[in-house]
Design a protein around this ligand. Structure first.
Ligand code: NAD
Length: 354
């Protein structure tokens, strides 16, 4: 067996912490990929993994993704991620969250956490009782922060519009067919914004009742989860799971653009180039889905008097996502490298590893 630090996913992480608090029921990994630009910022995932190695892999890949995401979003933050290993019933307790808060606090501000899949704003409020190194807390109306989902959705909506302009030459998404995989906090928000502009939507979610309800609300079609990736459409928008863009998944696609919020959409090296070879425009996930981290970082910095608290500052920064994507696509066309390769090279340079 290879050591973790020789694995590709380890990618020279600065440090990886293993937390085990038997009494309070916490097993967690806190991975800090880079603190080159500032404290490592990234959410906490609460998930049941079939085996610990899968949790480790998730933590490492997500943590590196946060380094790249924060750097590309122009934030003064490094990248990290925490994963809490849930039991099969995914039972979360106040004691577990307290133990997690203590573990974050023990890092003395090298890691700043927030929500990710399986963690709510209420959970972060509980964690905040043990540590100040938390963002994504409830905020007053008009202030930066709170639930990152709607801000992530806004950035993805703007990114899809930029992709439609770049690839299809259209200034509006009216009548553009978008197939949405996952309509939770992020996907549901993207769907609502696109519907307002008159996009034609097809939705899929393993929560079939939720998909039907949103379909009715927005006048959108609903298909089974296993049918969404092969649906003929203009834009395929993944907003559920990572690693869906593997060889088999890419072969099934029948779209011109892939642009969505799920983290780590590309299963492995070469998948971005495979998309480009098929003529499919890819919006690098960590660039298009940065809206939420922009919001919670501004909240965190505002609490430390290091940034304006105004929500308009967040919107201004999210509005830069389309031009960032367009630059990546232009560089990709000029260089022949795929958009993910161009984005990775830009991000690595920003974190001092170019
Ligand atoms: P969420 O849990 O609110 O929503 C995910 C949705 O996907 C759920 O409705 C779930 O039922 C559905 N789903 C799960 N498996 C599916 C499948 N196989 N097919 C179809 N639907 C499926 O989570 P979220 O906050 O909306 O996050 C979605 C993705 O975006 C995740 O990959 C997350 O890491 C990423 N992301 C989220 C944020 C944020 O601000 N919340 C920020 C950046 C990236």
């Amino acid at each position: 067996m290879s050591a973790f630090w020789t694995d590709r996913d380890f990618d020279d992480h600065e440090v990886v912490h293993f937390v085990h608090d038997e009494k309070r029921g916490l097993t967690a990994i806190i991975a800090l990929h880079s603190t080159h630009l500032g404290p490592a910022a990234g959410g906490t995932r609460f998930w049941h993994y079939a085996e610990p190695a899968a949790a480790m892999r998730d933590a490492l890949r997500l943590s590196r993704g946060m380094s790249y995401k924060n750097a590309m979003a122009g934030l003064p933050m490094g990248g990290g991620k925490a994963v809490i290993l849930a039991n099969p019933e995914r039972r979360k307790t106040p004691e577990m969250l307290a133990a997690f808060g203590d573990a974050v606090d023990a890092l003395g501000g090298k890691y700043v956490t927030a929500e990710d899949v399986g963690i709510t704003v209420e959970d972060m409020v509980a964690v905040n009782q043990r540590t100040d190194y938390v963002s994504g807390l409830p905020v007053a109306e008009g202030e930066a922060g709170g639930n990152p989902g709607p801000f992530t959705a806004l950035g993805i909506y703007l990114g899809i519009k930029a992709a439609v302009k770049h690839k299809l030459g259209r200034d509006s998404v009216e009548g553009v067919h978008v197939a949405m995989q996952g309509i939770g906090s992020v996907g549901g928000g993207v769907a609502r914004l696109l519907a307002k502009d008159g996009a034609k939507l097809t939705l899929a979610d393993i929560d079939t009742d939720g998909a039907q309800a949103l379909g009715q609300e927005l006048g959108a079609d609903v298909v089974a989860p296993d049918a969404i990736m092969s649906l003929g459409c203009d834009v395929f928008s993944p907003n559920a799971l990572g690693a869906i863009l593997n060889d088999e998944g890419i072969a099934r696609l029948d779209c011109a653009i892939v642009a969505g919020g799920a983290n780590n959409q590309l299963a492995g090296p070469g998948n971005g180039a495979a998309l480009a070879e098929r003529g499919i425009l890819y919006a690098p996930d960590y660039v298009i889905n940065a809206g939420g981290i922009i919001s919670v970082t501004m909240e965190y910095l505002c609490r430390r008097d290091s940034a304006p608290c105004d929500i308009n500052e967040v919107r201004k920064r999210i509005a830069q996502i389309p031009e960032r994507l367009t630059k990546i696509w232009q560089d990709s066309e000029a260089s022949g490298s795929s958009p993910d390769q161009v984005a990775d090279a830009m991000a690595q340079k920003l974190i001092g590893r170019g």
